[in-house]
Design a protein around this ligand. Structure first.
Ligand SMILES: *Cc1c(COP(=O)(O)O)cnc(C)c1O
Length: 466
């Protein structure tokens, strides 16, 4: 019977609070004070509109004035709380994925954070303090890259995708790029090697097969239109089994003999041996590449940046190119990168740079930390939670070292009344949010990626689950 329902709806709608009424509530006044009358009014209107919609669609009993006022205030409060969350909220990464792209990749070192704060105001970005004349942007960081990797020159742009695109546009545009079929890959996050090549104005010249490409395949493909031999590091995948590919040094020799450029997109870009079996940037330089590109915020453990290193003539041409002006990095990137690189030059990176530090511990060390944390949680009474230590695997992440298993010890948490899904959600909603994983129906915490300074906050968040 439609008639009574319509009266319910009309009566409820008549009971809706007014915008003024909402602005006079405690929540309304708080929003008004923090964000101004206009914003508070907008939120009050939105709350009333949402309730009106809900009433019109509902088939239930009419609601009282008090109920509707309560519901509207609740709506405003939720909306206001959501606004308080930044899009870059600090979180505790308990996933064990060290370079986690969704969580901001590399956490910065203490000295890098200090450099970031320093550079936030006026700074000597393009000013040489000794001479009082114009200086070179990113000059110190570029010099450090040369020193650490042995390259003749270096240049910094916004990310590695920009770096690879830049190099290919300048050196391969209008010509052919020779690349193995085994390297025509998608790195993730919309970076597909064939698409980048096309966008740069180069023509793709595929050689070999997915699993096997020989030096002779490259040799046969080189012709008058060839400009670049491209080697892409298999960042996030491995081709295993019956495989073959020439070494970088062999490719470099071939390229130089035939008068074409040899360019490697290394992606993850480790500067030192991190025990992952990943090649270092120095290895590529030694193998004879003309140019190598890599990320600043993957295994290097610094800011988002794309680093181009290689032979002087090539890098100089890039620095003078108009496209550089569109791709160059800002002062914050430059400052953070410089500070991070200083740790590498001092030989203290494995202690100072969080990414390098987190990749080092063995399972026994993480197990010891896990045990100590559980003991600490248990110092106050726990009724519903159960803890166990389980063996697991952490990941380097960021498309680095996909085949390497980083052994770890996980804290597995169960609750006598709440599901793993609910626990994971509650951790995610805590302050600061804790990002955990679910494995085998249990919430698991991997302390590999949790800073020691975050442990007390993590313990507090876990206790609240009880
Ligand atoms: C990650 C990666 C990129 C993209 O690097 P960003 O710094 O994220 O732009 C490009 N090439 C390779 C091989 C990569 O691994």
């Amino acid at each position: 019977m439609p008639a009574p329902r319509r009266t319910h709806v009309t009566r409820s709608l008549r009971n809706l609070p007014s915008v003024d009424e909402l602005l006079r509530t405690e929540v309304g006044r708080a929003i008004n004070k923090a964000a101004g009358t206009r914003h508070a009014t907008r939120q009050a209107r939105a709350a009333v509109a949402a309730l009106r919609k809900r009433i019109s669609a509902s088939k239930t009993e009419p609601s009282s004035k008090a109920d509707l006022l309560f519901a509207a205030v609740e709506q405003m409060q939720t909306a206001w709380a959501a606004e308080g969350l930044s899009a870059n909220q600090r979180v505790i990464n308990a996933t064990g994925v060290v370079v986690h792209t969704n969580l901001g990749r590399a956490p910065l070192s203490k000295t890098a954070v200090m450099a970031l704060t320093q550079a936030a105001g006026y700074c000597s970005l393009e000013f040489d303090l000794a001479s009082g004349e114009r200086g070179r942007r990113g000059g110190r960081a570029e010099d450090l890259i040369k020193e650490i990797t042995g390259s003749e020159d270096a240049l910094i742009v916004n990310n590695c995708a920009a770096a690879a695109f830049f190099v290919l546009s300048v050196f391969a545009g209008g010509g052919e790029v020779v690349i193995s079929r085994g390297e025509l890959v998608e790195i993730g996050g919309d970076f597909r090697v064939p698409d980048v090549l096309t966008a740069s104005g180069a023509t793709l010249r595929e050689v070999g097969t997915t699993n096997r490409t020989k030096l002779a395949d490259y040799e046969r493909a080189i012709n008058r239109r060839s400009k670049v031999i491209l080697r892409v590091h298999p960042s996030n995948y491995r081709i295993v089994g019956f495989t073959a590919s020439p070494s970088l040094a062999e490719l470099a020799e071939l390229a130089h003999a035939r008068g074409v450029m040899i360019f490697e997109d290394l992606g993850s870009g480790a500067l030192i041996d991190l025990g992952l079996g990943e090649p270092t940037v120095g290895d590529s330089i030694k193998a004879g590449v003309d140019v190598v590109t890599f990320s600043g915020d993957k295994l290097l453990g610094g800011p988002q940046a794309g680093i181009i290193a290689g032979r002087k003539a090539f890098v100089a041409k890039l620095r003078r190119h108009p496209l550089y002006r569109a791709l160059r990095a800002d002062k914050l990137t430059s400052a953070v990168l410089e500070a991070t690189l200083l740790s590498y030059r001092c030989g203290t990176a494995k202690a100072d740079v969080p990414v390098a530090r987190m990749l080092t511990p063995k399972r026994v060390q993480i197990r010891r930390r896990a045990k100590a944390m559980i003991a600490k949680i248990m110092t106050s009474e726990i009724s519903h939670l159960r803890f166990e230590i389980a063996n697991g695997i952490s990941a380097a992440g960021g498309g680095a070292a996909p085949g390497v298993e980083l052994e770890t010890a996980l804290v597995a948490i169960t609750h006598s009344k709440r599901s793993a899904v609910k626990l994971e959600q509650a951790l995610r909603m805590s302050d600061p949010p804790v990002i955990a994983r679910i494995a085998d129906g249990r919430v698991v915490i991997d302390l590999r990626t949790v800073m020691v300074s975050e442990e007390d906050e993590l313990i507090a968040a876990i206790r609240l689950l009880d």
